[in-house]
Design a protein around this ligand. Structure first.
Ligand code: SAM
Length: 276
């Protein structure tokens, strides 16, 4: 006789425990149990009467999730652009809308075999630099972050994809640690105004990944200054939904060859590409 729960019973119990605290409790109960057992959806469906032992860690995860800690920090997994990445507290959880930033670069670099040099400011978990390295197999990438913890997480992902020869990580602010020529700068910088009241689940994410200054667009403007003074050909950047006008005004008398804004899945401004 085995002690413990059956799959179907533990799923019910976890769903009940999560239900008052989060939306999609039953789905997240499945995800936590699949992660605990190291199984996929099909296995879970076909094995509802299997015994689940050693569930103490699972219940610990459930109580963390009930306090609104993001699922991704508990399972240390996040998917982005159809790939699975390692994630942990200390790096921003990649958002689906950031996939649009990758699409933006693909639109502007027509030759996939180009031996272009990209720079990324604010690499976080590494998702953008890694996807660019995969999509452009001859590109070199220099990726910067001010957070040593984020760089350590990026390093784990870069090694997971075997890209350590193509992506160089540097600790520092903005483009200060990069002296070499850059063809294309990409960034999803912090762009929320300091003091903006965030939803409680965002409190687990690093503040310096979210807040971009008193107004919110200060880092974006510093990056624009760098792009203009270094004559970088292209700059694609994610922004907040209400920042388009201020960015346009900032570039008012610069007359770039190209300044195009793009929208996210909900129809809000989400980024731009500047071409010099
Ligand atoms: C919004 S997160 C983006 C992370 C990742 N690229 C992504 O899209 O998921 C912004 C990142 O910028 C970094 N950062 C903030 N200020 C910075 C600065 N002055 N220079 C370089 N990186 C900075 C933060 O540590 C954080 O990792």
């Amino acid at each position: 006789m085995s002690s413990g729960y059956l799959v179907k019973d533990i799923l019910k119990e976890i769903t009940l425990a999560l239900n008052p605290h989060i939306e999609r409790a039953s789905r997240e109960a499945q995800l936590l149990l699949m992660h605990h057992l190291g199984v996929d959806e099909l296995w879970l469906m076909m094995n509802q009467n299997q015994h689940v032992d050693n569930y103490e860690e699972l219940f610990e995860w459930v109580s963390r999730r009930a306090k609104n800690e993001p699922l991704e920090y508990i399972t240390n997994k996040v998917s982005f652009y159809s790939e699975e990445f390692f994630i942990a507290e200390g790096a921003l959880i990649p958002r689906p809308e950031t996939e649009l930033l990758i699409d933006e670069v693909i639109k502007n670099v027509k030759d996939k075999n180009s031996n272009i040099t990209f720079a990324e400011v604010g690499v976080g978990s590494g998702i953008i630099s890694i996807m660019l390295a995969k999509i452009f197999p001859n590109a070199k990438i220099v990726a910067v972050d001010i957070s040593e913890t984020a760089l350590n997480i990026a390093k784990i992902n870069i090694e997971k994809f075997g890209l350590q020869d193509r992506i160089r990580l540097r600790l520092g602010s903005l483009l200060e640690p990069i002296s070499e020529h850059i063809d294309y700068l990409v960034s999803n910088p912090p762009y929320i105004a300091n003091g903006f009241k965030l939803e409680s689940n965002l409190s687990y994410e690093p503040r310096n990944a979210l807040f971009g200054g008193e107004i919110g667009d200060e880092i974006i403007k510093e990056l624009l200054d760098e792009v203009l003074s270094r004559n970088i050909n292209f700059f694609s950047c994610e922004i907040g939904y209400d920042q388009q006008d201020r960015i346009r005004n900032y570039l008012n008398n610069k007359q770039p060859k190209k300044l195009e804004f793009y929208k996210d899945f909900s129809g809000f401004d989400r980024g731009f590409t500047l071409g010099l």
